[in-house]
Design a protein around this ligand. Structure first.
Ligand SMILES: [Zn+2]
Length: 228
């Protein structure tokens, strides 16, 4: 079920306050127009009543698509809530849910995304039937082979499912700070496919590398560099 509430929001440009309805949960099977709004960067967007400003309000959003078996919680990082804190809280609440459920009931698998682009990327990855851990493994290897040019401190790689073809997966480099999209990298799909075969034979290595709930090559690389 979709869920929205009225919030009093202050315009970041002129400071005028207004009451607006914002979504906390979207069920895109029941309301496909909300998926369209999310993809078009219009969900939870506010037009100021007093100036020309149009701005997006980022707040926790539960994205569900029962038809495609997709459940993703987008929890944006804020000054008060760091990435580490979000991941820790999320892990804890998953554990609590699992403890509360009867033993014969399997908890739905919920994914975690920290930014809107990662949420959108993940929706397309799952819908296309791609293996998210293998996709992140590919990104990991692209990063590690190009540490100078694609420094994970400054850039993230996003898989562009729509521009990918039968022969190639198409990745785009995003500047984390400015959010600007840059160079496009093409990766031979056959190489991805042979990694999927490795995964199917022995998923443990991939699961060890990317246990979840936030499956991200960039986060793994940043954690590794923190430990050095
Ligand atoms: Zn304004």
């Amino acid at each position: 079920m979709s869920k929205s509430k009225i919030f009093n929001i202050k315009c970041p440009s002129c400071g005028v306050q207004q009451d607006v309805e914002l979504h906390e949960a979207v069920n895109v099977e029941a309301e496909p127009e909300l998926k369209k709004a999310l993809l078009e960067n219009q969900l939870n967007r506010v037009d100021c009543i007093d100036c020309e400003a149009s701005f997006r309000v980022d707040m926790p959003l539960l994205y569900s698509d029962p038809q495609h078996d997709i459940l993703i919680h987008w929890i944006p990082e804020t000054a008060e809530l760091t990435k580490e804190q979000i991941i820790e809280d999320f892990d804890q609440s998953l554990e609590q849910i699992n403890e509360m459920l009867p033993v014969d009931i399997v908890a739905p698998s919920v994914r975690l995304a920290l930014t809107r682009v990662e949420l959108v990327e993940l929706i397309f990855i799952i819908e296309a039937g791609l293996n998210q851990r293998v996709v992140e493994y590919v990104k990991y290897s692209i990063h590690t082979r190009n540490m100078e040019k694609i420094d994970p401190e400054k850039f993230r790689l996003l898989l562009n499912v729509q521009d990918s073809s039968e022969d190639e997966l198409c990745f785009v480099i995003q500047d984390v700070e400015s959010q600007a999209l840059g160079t496009v990298l093409r990766y031979v799909r056959a190489a991805y496919q042979s990694m999927v075969e490795l995964y199917d034979e022995n998923p443990e290595e991939f699961l060890d590398m990317f246990p979840g709930p936030c499956i991200s090559a960039r986060n793994l690389l940043l954690e590794d560099s923190d430990e050095v």
